[in-house]
Ligand binder design. Structure first.
Ligand code: DP6
Length: 362
């Protein structure tokens, strides 16, 4: 077990410096999904994702000496330049939970400005990008104040660990192109506590892969991801899921290394159907896909069969469709999206995205 609890990370009273740190961190799309967890925020199965590019969060963290004698974490949180009570409470709770790791958080004043490259109401999950951006800012602040994270490897590992505590899938956003989170005999160094970079294993065809996100609905989901994870605790099919998902991951690892686009597409679609099947088989059952999700899937499958173009899809815990395809098919697929799929999107909304180079400090 990694133990980041560190009572020594305290600043000398009266000697707190001020600073400003900015990170841009992307979202990611899981090909094998993290679905179900146990305390403390550990995955019940390993997952593997592509890191995205266009969908990102930019977070500015300003810190300085604490002006009040209020105990605990003092944070002012702004989302898209406005105070947001719900988000502020969530961030304060998260930072408070980090006090055993970062005791200095109670000695300083923090102001955090966060904004997304995509509209908040677009219905795409922002916890991966936002929690990874915040974790990266916190690790940079640790290094500025204590000089404790000088190696890139140690920095990324800790940022991934901290991001995981904020939101499981966020731990995978720290790495360029692809990441693997969760213990598996098929990846040395894999861990339930943090993700590891996996981009260097990808066949070149996957390093330029596209993931265009069709915005099918902007409505709030009937069941949040957190509630969905919980429902896996008593899902009668959970055992089968956890018995079979490891074999699927093993196959995907081989496919991504070999560059077999068709096999990858078949596998990720099976995985997307499994995720939503598990939701329909849970107690109580629920459905997050919409009529337009199904309509778009049917069109996509028909078009793929007719045109022989390797266009595949995956879904997160929501109705929006992620379209996966190699760069060489980009112009054909973009025409198909424009002419036939945007009618299933809210006001024709979609986010063209692709595999990206990971977070950057600005
Ligand atoms: C279906 O990471 O959002 O997108 O850990 O409770 O914050 P929390 O859950 P979250 O779950 C993501 C679930 C998923 C699959 C995935 O990204 O692996």
């Amino acid at each position: 077990m990694t133990d980041y609890h560190n009572p020594k990370l305290v600043v000398q009273p009266g000697k707190v410096r001020s600073g400003k740190i900015t990170w841009r961190s992307p979202s990611n799309i899981a090909l094998i999904k993290y679905w179900g967890k146990y305390e403390p925020q550990m995955p019940r199965n390993p997952s593997l994702s592509f890191t995205l590019d266009a969908a990102y969060t930019e977070t500015i963290l300003e810190y300085g000496p604490k002006m009040s004698d209020r105990p605990g974490v003092a944070v002012d949180f702004m989302f898209h330049k406005e105070h947001n009570k719900a988000f502020s409470q969530k961030i304060e709770k998260f930072l408070t939970s980090l006090l055993p790791i970062y005791p200095f958080l109670s000695q300083i004043d923090l102001t955090i400005f966060s904004s997304n490259s995509f509209p908040h109401s677009a219905g795409i999950a922002s916890s991966a990008s936002s929690m990874s951006a915040l974790a990266l800012c916190l690790c940079t602040m640790e290094d500025e104040l204590f000089g404790t994270l000088s190696s890139d490897e140690e920095f990324e590992r800790k940022a991934s660990y901290i991001a995981r505590l904020g939101s499981g899938s966020a731990c995978r956003s720290i790495f360029a192109r692809a990441a693997l989170w969760g213990e598996t005999p098929d990846a040395i160094d894999s861990s339930n506590e943090y993700a590891i970079g996996w981009g260097h294993h990808l066949h070149p065809v996957f390093t330029t892969f596209h993931d265009d996100i069709l915005i099918i609905s902007k409505d709030e989901k009937s069941i949040s991801s957190s509630a969905g994870h919980k429902l896996m605790d008593h899902n009668p099919y959970a055992e089968t899921r956890y018995m079979t998902v490891n074999a699927r991951l093993k196959r995907l690892i081989g496919i991504l290394k070999a560059g077999d686009v068709e096999a990858m597409g078949v596998l990720v679609e099976q995985e997307a159907y499994s995720l939503h099947g598990l939701m329909m088989l849970s107690n109580p059952p629920y459905l997050l896909i919409k009529a337009n999700t199904l309509a778009a899937i049917e069109k996509l499958v028909r078009w793929r069969d007719e045109q022989k173009v390797p266009l595949y899809f995956t879904l997160d815990a929501g109705p929006n469709l992620h379209l996966l395809y190699p760069d060489e098919c980009a112009s054909t697929v973009k025409n198909f999206i424009q002419n036939q799929l945007l009618t299933h999107c809210v006001n024709g909304a979609y986010i063209p995205d692709k595999v990206g180079a990971g977070p950057i400090q600005l």
